[in-house]
Write a protein that binds this ligand. Sequence first.
Ligand code: ADP
Length: 161
Amino acid sequence: MTKAIYPGSFDPVTLGHLDIIKRAASIFDEITVSVLVNQGKSPLFSVQERVNILKEVTKDIPNVKVDSFDGLLVDHARKSGADVVIRGLRAITDFEYELQLAQTNRKLCSSVDTVFLTTNLEYAYLSSSTVKEVASYGGDISKFVPEVVADAVYSKLKANK
Ligand code: ADP
């Protein structure tokens, strides 16, 4: 059984992330989407809110689980019994950082490999930051995120005002 872990901030999860999750779920036996507890960033949603949103949007995919982690990705992968890390590649600009990350992780733990899935061209431009920026100016984000996520983003921005 091949278990894979898909780490990220997911603040919030977009249709691009969801496309990667669905495709990874059809390749691997089990996928754990892991929300990174990143002290350096000031997120829109708390880790628990992001986990809940991810659970909601992946509820119909039976081999997908959601959790969160603090600390080294390779340690979390090992603890979860995952031997593969999934990352999405949107454009060449993602590549340098992702390659460095994958090579560092491999050096830290040689039993964990990174597999890159290239984004569906339809979502190549899409990022969580763009979604938040468009929404903060009152723009329509329904083409970028699932409906439940769009509602959560608008409510959160309203509450933060
Ligand atoms: P991070 O803060 O670690 O970059 P993200 O949640 O932004 O976390 O992204 C998690 C992973 O999903 C990364 O590998 C990123 O390249 C990928 N990703 C982000 N947006 C898209 C998209 N639109 N299409 C495909 N992959 C994406």
